[in-house]
Structures are given as C-alpha cells and as structure tokens.
Ligand binder design. Structure first.
Ligand code: MG
Length: 173
C-alpha cells in the first residue's frame, strides 16, 4: 500500500547562472550549471518519485543529450514524473528534502521552497519538509563549488482504503 523513494542530485555552482531551487528563484551571484535550469532540488524530488514507483530515473526520461531539454524548466520534469507515478497507481503522501549549500544561506527561502514544492506535488504544506545543511566548509559543498539535495518521498496506492487493507490482511492469514 505504501512505498518509499529517495533521490539525490549535485550541481556545480557557476557565476552568472540563475539560481533556482525547488522552482524558486534565489538571489545569489552564482547559479547552478547544467543542461536544464539545473534545479538540484526538483531533480532530487523527481528521482525520489520515480524511485518510489520503480520507474527509472530522471536521466532515462529526460536525457541531457536531448537538445529539447536545453535550459528546460525542471518543473516540467517533476510534472511528467508525477503523471507517470499517478498512472502506475501511486500518489505522494509526504516529502522530506535536505538541501546542502554553504552559500547562499537558505533560511530566508526555505518557506517559499516548501510552499512551492507542496503546490507542485498537490500536497498540503504540512506534508512537505525542507531542511538546509551547510558543508561545514569541507568538500565540494563546503568549498562553495556545488549544491546538493537529498529527497525522500512516501507514496500510497491510489485505490487504498482501510477496508481493502483489512480484507487483504484476512486473505493472507
Ligand atoms: Mg540534476
């Protein structure tokens, strides 16, 4: 009745690129490098959703060799993954995201990212969590070379009912 999926992504920080996190434009002199808009949060969430339904990964669906995805808005990737997960009979229950960034400080934008993710997934805000960690000044995140994101999502069978679960349990015993 339930499944869990996890997603992880990393993108390099580069001067002069826009920084988009969870579909929210963040004011910062550097942005993330990548073929699409490089939204590391949406990529991790998309992979978590696909993972929960065992439907492959974001690279299978949207190869970065495809010119159609050049500069793509990653909300399109998430919407397509959500549609596929839905067609496979699953809907998201809750989402927990951890963003790894030395800079910028994400405290001021966490609420906006959370609200935006909730809207994109059709979830109430209290079913979406956005946490931020620095890299403690070590490693690629700590040195300010990259941002990372880890996402975990729970999905539930869309035809799930308490009565159905009880009946299934009785059949098994
Ligand atoms: Mg990516």
């Amino acid at each position: 009745m339930f499944r869990v999926g996890s997603g992880h992504d990393t993108h390099r920080l580069e001067a002069g690129r826009p920084l988009v996190l969870g579909g929210v434009r963040v004011d910062h002199p550097k942005g993330l490098a990548g073929h699409s808009d490089a939204d590391v949060v949406l990529h991790a969430v998309t992979d978590a959703l696909l993972g929960a339904a065992a439907l492959g990964d974001i690279g299978d669906l949207f190869p970065d060799t495809d010119p159609a995805h050049q500069g793509a808005d990653s909300r399109v990737f998430l919407a397509e993954a959500l549609a596929r997960v839905g067609r496979a009979g699953w809907r998201p229950v809750n989402l927990d995201v951890t963003v790894f960034a030395q800079e910028p400080k994400l405290g001021p934008v966490k609420a906006a990212i959370r609200a935006n993710l909730a809207g994109l997934l059709g979830l109430p805000t209290d079913a979406v969590s956005v946490k931020a960690k620095t890299g403690e000044k070590v490693g690629h995140v700590g040195r300010g070379e990259a941002l990372g994101c880890h996402a975990v999502v729970l999905v539930q069978k869309t035809d799930f009912t308490a009565e159905g679960a009880e009946a299934a349990e009785k059949r098994q015993s």
